[in-house]
Design a protein around this ligand. Structure first.
Ligand code: FAD
Ligand code: NDP
Length: 316
């Protein structure tokens, strides 16, 4: 391990990580990024590399391919001098200063650490899912719902939490009908959001049910649904299948050193990116289970870099 102490180490390479890198680099903090190597099952560049068209990121009126957007962000980071290792961070020691960050290939010392490791949407891994992923199957209705392939089609949402209810309500703007398939006979979502959903005439519920297979050759045409009480199997003709069964934040490598909420997300002080350890900041989906958008991730990435800069000025 080198004795050199990095000013800013960024872990993760989605919109939050690269925005933090651009700001830190332009502030002459010479940031070092660990972009991950298929960390959390996602390629370097993050969740947007798993999608096609991104239509709601400002500055791209015609839309932009998710992977291209992330390539551009990476170029912007390196243009200002960010050094990037394509390695996954395996552990971190925040118990003493400087902090220690250990990846698959090296260990570095750091004055500040910015964690932007994101969250991974849970998938069902049903038959047909790999073939039809992003060809009718999505894990983000807010991102993809407005795409032409979903217009005036029957859209199926799986899940019964706040995300499922919010996404199903959102999809009623685009689909001819929205069918919510839930494995139990009551929703987990908050009562007020449930009411909004159940009062919507475009919404139909399939209780005590599970999706078993996605059907269609090049695009989704139907979904096989099984009633878990009766065992009856129905093929529901549909043009969209949206998973809303939760996300897993990529925080296991922290090994309990930061305060996390009950579902594993990093807790930040409201209105800031400060974690429970001074000098360690968190940005993007790893600390946000509500908005989960590229632009909000980028916004908090900017905040984290500015807060790290202020911390370094005050403490070093
Ligand atoms: P992520 O994008 O999750 O990136 C985190 C990165 O960190 C990953 O590359 C991961 O491999 C890496 N990493 C994880 N652990 C480690 C580790 N230990 N060491 C090193 N690296 C690590 N949002 C929109 O605004 N518009 C859209 O159209 C849109 N479409 C979407 C489509 C899909 C299919 C999905 C899944 C999401 C979509 N989103 C969209 C949401 C958006 O992608 C996320 O909100 C955003 O990417 C979050 O950015 P992030 O920087 O927090 O983390
Ligand atoms: P949740 O974990 O709350 O809900 C996941 C849902 O998916 C549950 O209904 C669960 O069923 C179901 N599910 C999980 N795994 C499977 C599976 N393998 N097969 C079928 N169904 C499955 O996740 P959310 O993303 O909905 O919410 C996460 C957190 O974010 C919550 O705290 C939520 O309150 C918050 N949130 C708040 C919002 C808001 O206030 N506007 C918006 C979005 C999220 P079961 O109920 O049977 O366990």
């Amino acid at each position: 391990m080198s004795d050199e102490i990095e000013k800013v180490v960024i872990i993760g390479s989605g919109p939050a990580g690269h925005t933090a890198a651009v700001y830190a680099a332009r502030a002459n903090l010479n940031p070092l990024m660990f972009e991950g190597f298929m960390a959390g099952g996602v390629a370097a560049g993050g969740q947007l590399t798993t999608t096609t068209e991104v239509e709601n990121y400002p500055g791209f009126p015609e839309g932009v391919d998710g992977t291209e957007l992330m390539d551009r962000m990476r170029k912007q980071s390196t243009r200002f001098g960010t050094r990037i290792h394509t390695e996954t961070v395996e552990s971190i020691d925040l118990s003493k200063r400087p902090f220690r960050v250990k990846s698959t290939d090296r260990e570095v010392l750091a004055q500040t650490v910015i964690i932007t490791t994101g969250a991974t949407a849970k998938r069902l891994f049903i038959k047909g899912e790999d073939r039809l992923w992003q060809a009718g199957i999505s894990a983000c209705a807010v991102c993809d719902g407005a795409l032409p392939i979903y217009r005036q089609k029957v859209l199926i949402v799986v899940g019964g939490g706040d995300t499922a209810v919010e996404e199903a309500t959102h999809l009623t703007k685009f689909g001819s009908k929205v069918v919510v398939v839930h494995r139990r006979n009551e929703l987990r979502a908050s009562k007020i959001m449930q009411k909004r959903l159940l009062d919507n005439p475009k919404v139909e519920m399939m209780w005590d049910s599970a999706v078993e297979e996605a059907l269609g050759d090049k695009a989704l045409t139907a979904v096989r649904v099984k009633n878990l009480k009766t065992g009856a199997v129905t093929d529901v003709a549909a043009g969209g299948l949206f998973y809303a069964i939760g996300h897993v934040p990529n925080t296991a490598f922290l090994a309990g050193q930061l305060t996390l909420d009950e579902t594993g997300y990093i807790v930040t002080k409201p209105g800031t990116t400060q974690t429970s350890v001074e000098g360690c900041f968190a940005a993007g989906d790893v600390q946000d289970k509500q908005w989960r958008q590229a632009v909000t991730a980028a916004g908090t990435g900017c905040m984290a870099a500015l807060e790290a800069e202020r911390f370094i000025h005050e403490h070093h």
